[in-house]
Write a protein that binds this ligand. Structure first.
Ligand code: BES
Ligand code: MN
Ligand code: ZN
Length: 492
């Protein structure tokens, strides 16, 4: 999708115009309505369009206009129609037209949005246009997207273009994360994933890959145990962006990258197991975030650490009851090989804090089915030893449209992962508070560093989303949240 910015007068062809609550027309909508002899007003009267944020109404080939269609889009309450509302509304317009036969649309935002809002409309448009069609060889012409270009029409074209420089990289980061989540596990094995990450060098990132021999030397028995039953070699990828001052402590992001989670010897039931190709969604969000930071030349030092493994049952696979020694020296009794994400993160988190002396560490992981029971697919769960980070993430979640909800940690939960034969076990007592006991496990590998765990098992993929910015399946959840978090609190 080509996104550009122009003055309203420069545009000809299909056009989208905003309206507010009670279907009140913006100045732009009133102007277009007049040009086509009141066709828009008549269409509104004949429909149930109310101007609510996210609503759209299409008017085809109105007389008096040289345009195949006009789309009226709702922004709701004008006083609340900030950049987030505009982003989502632009996405709704693009979703509506993507397969319509229309090839180009101008979205009027003059008098409604500032430069930031105009740029965010560009982001919404790009997110809504995302497709994963690379493996479809038989897509007929009428099923292929027709819309190729979106022009955001604004009174300050120059300022909007400048703002776009910092938002286009967000679209690119989300697209990368989505591609990685969508990719099947036969294509995206840990080594193939690491090779893709190597390509991010041309974006300006430093990329380092550790193989099994190096991880063994570092003592990462916890991570390596998970990959032990796979024919694919486990990998750890370190992505670095040095955009801050030389001595500034790095912001560190750690991602669970289980390229496929069969459950291992504690095998999952077959039904719906395919979606465990998305069990690397945490690492995908970290990769996407790092691409975004480099793309917009963020003024921070940031490091992404991806723990990439495949969890398979095999003659060499780890067994329930095995005891492994993590890089931290702590021993873990693996009572369930399907609780593997925490085993991967244990070594990745320890390594990150040990090597990089971070300002803070944030990890993302599709860690527990229990988080879906608690929060559904509307919020990711956050768990933190630091109130300030938790609050900032909550605010960034609201601002970005990727919301989070905090859940508690505490010694009574921590006790549940004590083991009679090792320092800890990798599951809690029964099924109660499964997301929290998983978080307690991670906390044992972060010492006193400010840290937050984001459980994205409910948000990394969705069969079908109501949000026009999200495709069906891989959402790329986490990139926009963390980009916003960094923008608002660590670059100013
Ligand atoms: N990757 C899964 C968690 C998951 C479940 C993600 C559903 C997305 C959707 C994780 O590795 C897992 O299997 N967790 C177990 C933990 C249990 C064995 C303690 C779970 O949630 O059942
Ligand atoms: Mn699992
Ligand atoms: Zn998993």
């Amino acid at each position: 999708m080509k996104i550009s910015f122009a003055a309203p007068a420069a545009h000809t062809g299909a056009i989208a115009v905003p309206a507010f609550d009670k279907a009140r027309f913006s100045a732009a909508a009133a102007e277009v309505d007049k040009a086509c002899g009141g066709a828009l007003s008549r269409a509104v009267k004949a429909s149930r369009f109310t101007g609510k944020a996210g609503e759209t109404l299409e008017v085809t080939a109105p007389a008096g206009l040289d345009a195949g269609r006009v789309v009226i889009f709702g922004l709701g309450d004008e006083k609340k129609a900030g950049a987030g509302v505009i982003e989502k509304a632009a996405a709704a317009v693009v979703k509506k037209l993507l397969l319509s036969g229309e090839t180009a649309i101008g979205i009027r935002l003059d008098g409604v949005a500032d430069a930031e809002g105009a740029a965010r409309a560009g982001l919404g448009a790009r997110l809504a246009a995302y497709r994963f069609d690379g493996y479809r060889t038989k897509l007929t012409a009428d099923k292929k997207p027709s819309l190729k270009s979106v022009t955001v029409l604004t009174s300050d074209e120059k300022a909007a273009k400048a703002a776009w420089k910092s938002w286009e990289p967000v679209a690119e980061g989300v697209e990368l994360a989505r591609d990685l989540v969508m990719e099947p596990a036969n294509v995206l094995s840990p080594p193939a994933y690491a090779r893709r990450m190597k390509k991010l060098e041309k974006d300006g990132l430093e990329v380092e890959v550790l193989g099994e021999a190096e991880m063994k030397k570092l003592g990462m028995g916890s991570l390596l145990g998970v990959g032990q039953g796979s024919a694919q070699e486990s990998q750890m990828v370190i992505l670095r962006w040095n955009g801050g001052k030389k001595g500034d402590r790095p912001l560190v992001f750690v991602g669970k990258g289980v390229t496929f989670d069969t459950g291992g010897i504690s095998l999952k039931p077959g039904d719906g197991m395919w979606d465990m190709k998305g069990d690397m969604g945490g690492s995908a969000a970290v990769a996407g975030l790092m691409k975004t930071l480099a793309g917009r030349k963020a003024k921070v030092n940031a490091i992404g650490v991806l723990g990439l493994v495949e969890n398979m049952p095999d003659g060499k696979a780890q067994r329930p009851g095995d005891i492994v020694t993590s890089m931290s020296g702590q021993t873990i009794e693996v009572l369930n090989t399907d609780a593997e994400g925490r085993l991967v993160l244990a070594d990745a988190l320890w390594y990150a804090q040990d090597r990089f002396d971070p300002e803070f560490m944030i990890n993302l992981a599709t860690l527990t089915g229990a988080i879906l029971i608690a929060l559904g697919q509307e919020h990711a769960g956050i768990f933190s030893n630091n109130d300030r980070i938790a609050e900032r993430l909550s605010k960034a979640g609201e601002a970005s449209g990727e919301p989070v909800w905090r859940l508690p940690l505490g010694p009574a939960y921590d006790k549940q992962i004590d083991s009679p034969v090792a320092d800890m076990k990798n599951i809690g007592q029964g099924r109660l508070a499964g997301s929290i006991t998983a978080a307690q496990f991670l906390q044992r590998f972060v010492n006193s560093k400010p840290w937050c765990h984001i459980d994205i098992a409910g948000t990394a993929w969705k069969d079908k989303s109501d949000d026009p910015r999200e495709p069906s399946w891989g959402t790329g959840y986490g990139v926009r949240l963390l980009d916003r978090f960094i923008r608002d609190y660590y670059e100013k």
